[in-house]
Write a protein that binds this ligand. Sequence first.
Ligand code: FES
Length: 202
Amino acid sequence: MVENNSESRDGKVTRRQFALGFIGAAGLAAFGSLLSFLKVLTPAKEGSGYVPTVKSGDKLVYAKGSRQGSLLKASDLQIGDAVLAYPKGKTKNVANIVQLIRLKESEYKPPTRVNETDEGFVAYSAVCTHLGCIVGWKRNNKDPEASIIECPCHNSMYDPALGAKVIGGPAPAPLPQIGVKVSKDGTLVFTSGFSGPIGPKV
Ligand code: FES
């Protein structure tokens, strides 16, 4: 008797049903991976928007890498360096993430809030104002002062020395600044809230 590959009359799973089930499971797994990937690129919002909880006095810690969660010290960054950081103990809320940058103090010009920088350190929200990806640092090794903030999703670019003003790409607004200072023990501390709302402005 010839077995029908498309259905089973005796209740057994046919090869075709098995293959379809396998393809379906593989498709679901791939879809799940894609969603996870997109979630990293476009972080989840809190409530109806991004609600930062960082406060003046919070210490900065590394946001990722082998030193994730450790306190940041001024001596960790040279001119032209930058890292992603969170306020200590508030690392679950993506609205709190900042790009901490060190340039020569004399490089900063308005609209940078120069009085909210210290020893060449400046910090901006790391949530892109286009669609909310986390921005990165494009270091110019020949001229560290010419380094820029760049978003990996659609290549928006921000000038760190001019209040993170948009210098390229689709971002519609600068990244909000937040005050930082170097404390007596050399650690970095926030000195204010953000200068404006966090997240996408489109
Ligand atoms: S999300 Fe940053 S450029 Fe689009």
